[in-house]
Design a protein around this ligand. Sequence first.
Ligand code: PLP
Length: 420
Amino acid sequence: MTDLAVRSRAYTPSANVSQLKESATVAVSARAKALRASGRQVIDLGVGEPDFDTPAFIRRAAQRAIDAGATRYTAMEGILPLRQAIARDATELALAPNPWSDPADRPSAPVTEGQVVVSTGSKQSLFNACFVLFGAGDEVLVPTPSWTSYYEMIALARATAVPVLGEPERGLKVTAEQLAASATPRTRGVILNSPCNPTGAVYSGEELAAILELAAARDWWVISDEIYLQITYDAPAPSALQLARSRDRLVVVNGVAKSHAMTGWRIGWAISPPAVARAMTALQSHTTSNAAAVSQHAALAALTERDEAEVAVRAMVDRFRTRRDAAIAMLREAPGLRFVHPDGAFYLYLDVGQVPTADGDAGTAFARYVLDRHDVAVVPGSAFLTPRWVRLAYAAPDDQVAAGLSRVVAAYGDLVGAAG
Ligand code: PLP
C-alpha cells in the first residue's frame, strides 16, 4: 500500500488524508493491466469482481427505466419501491424460522423502508455507517484479516481501528473472547464480514451469535457487511438479522454487486435504526446525493423479479462452486501449502509464510515473484494486515483460474523448494 503522505512540492496532503493508503487490490490490478498492455499474457486473480455479465433481465429493466425517464435526481435515500423491496427481503430473512435461533429471541417487528438507505455501492454504505457512528477517540474492533477499506474508513472518521487477529486453526475467524480481550472502555463498535473477504470463511450461527451477544452486553455498534451472504457453497451463511436479539445497535450492509454481477452499477444499502438512517441520508445529501437513478431501477429488478433472479444467482454460485472445488483439489496436492477452507465468497487465502524473505513480508515477495515470473496477479496479505498470506480470487473464467492456480502452486514449489 502506498502512503499518500509522500509529499511533492505541488501538493501536501491535508490532515484528513495524510494517513490514507491507496487500495492494494486496485494497485495489483493496475500492475497486471500494465503488464498486459506491454504484451504479457497475465492472468488476473487479484480483483474481486465476478467475471459474469449482469443478467439480461436486469439490463432490460434498466433500458426500460431510462426510456421511462429515470434520468433525474431521486430521493437522497433511494427510490421508495427499491427501499420497500430491500425492507421486505430483510423482514423475510429476519422473521423466517432458521436453524440458529428461536423466533422468541428475536425482534418480531418488520424492517421498514425508513430504515433503508440506498447508496453508491455497499462501499459508500459502509463509509456512511462508519462516519455517522464513530469519531475521534473511539475504537472499532476489526476481525483481521479483513477487507482493506474498513481500516481506512474508520481512520477517515478519525476513529481508531483495532485489528483482532483470527487463528489459522479457526479459518482466521475471531471469537467473542478474542474481541472481548481487545476491547477497552473506548470501544464503540465492531465490523463483521461473513462470508469473509479475503478468506472465504463463514461464521457459524453459534460463532456469530456469541459475538452479537457480547456486542449487546457492551453496548457496541455492530456493522455487519453481508455483501457475500448469497455466495456460499455448502450451507447458508447466517445473517446478523437472523440472530440479533435487538436491532437497536445493528447496521446491516448489503448490495447487488457480487451476488448479481452488478459491480459497475454501484448499488448497495444499509439497514439501520431510523435515526442512523436519517444521519446517513443527511451525510449522503451533502456528498453524492442519490445513487444513480437507472442503477436503482436495475437493482429493483434484481430484487423484485424474483424467479429470474434466483435462477441467475444460483447459476453463478454453481460456477463459483465448481471452480472452488477444482481449486481445493489442486491445493490439496501442493505439499506444505496451507489455506483457509473457503465456504463462501470467491477467494482463496494461502499461507506462503515459508517463502524466504529479507523483510518478513512473505506475501508481498510471493505476489511479486508470481506476477513477474509466472504472469499471475494475486494480492499480498499485507493488504489485509496478515503479511504471510496471499489472496486469490476465483472470479475469472474457469480455464484462467485453473491455469493461474497451477502456476501459483508451481511458484510456491520454486520458492519453498529452493529454500528447503
Ligand atoms: N465489502 C466487501 C467485503 C467487499 O469485498 C467489497 C468489494 O470488494 C465491498 C464491500 C464493496 O462492494 P460494492 O461494489 O457494493 O461497493
